[in-house]
Design a protein around this ligand. Sequence first.
Ligand SMILES: [Ca+2]
Ligand SMILES: [Ca+2]
Ligand SMILES: [Ca+2]
Length: 197
Amino acid sequence: MALPLLLFAAAAAAPPASPSGPGRVFLSPMGEPFAGRTAGEDGIVPWFEGADRNHDGVLSVDEITADAARFFGTLDTNHDGEIDPDEVAHYEQVIAPEVRTGSEIAMGRYALLQIPEPVTSADSDFNRGVSAKEFQAAAVARFRLLDFEHTGRLTRDELERIRHSAASAAQRPPSNKGDPDDQAVLQGDEVDHEAPM
Ligand SMILES: [Ca+2]
Ligand SMILES: [Ca+2]
Ligand SMILES: [Ca+2]
């Protein structure tokens, strides 16, 4: 009986390893995976707590772009200021294999916005690399998509509501595909389809 107890103790002492935690996996708007730290927790909670730097329960655009910049540093492993195709491959294969499912329906299970590949989608000049500037611009655009009430702030309740509707939308029958709100899971009619994602 000693061995299972030891294994249990080791597991309990382990740090809450990101995508392999026991809770539900969440992909941040920039595509970073977070797992809930307990079986009942959604990964949106640890992501929000980390991104909300001043701990006021609200995400500002500055906090969203700071969070994006931090994740950019993780993705840009050779520190040349650009996420190149090799680094994209590392992202898709190692960091967030969830995105390889590729379908909008699958993404709705994990994310707030239905963006099939949240890192390469930021490559607005299509040169197959994502610069820090492009990543920041995408972070601002995604903040605006989520902030459909134009308050300039995103509360945790608001984001959790979007998270719930995203998850339900992901379970919609495929016959609904092509609805205008497939572009984003937001139900409002304020979504700007022209905005770069
Ligand atoms: Ca805040
Ligand atoms: Ca790089
Ligand atoms: Ca680019």
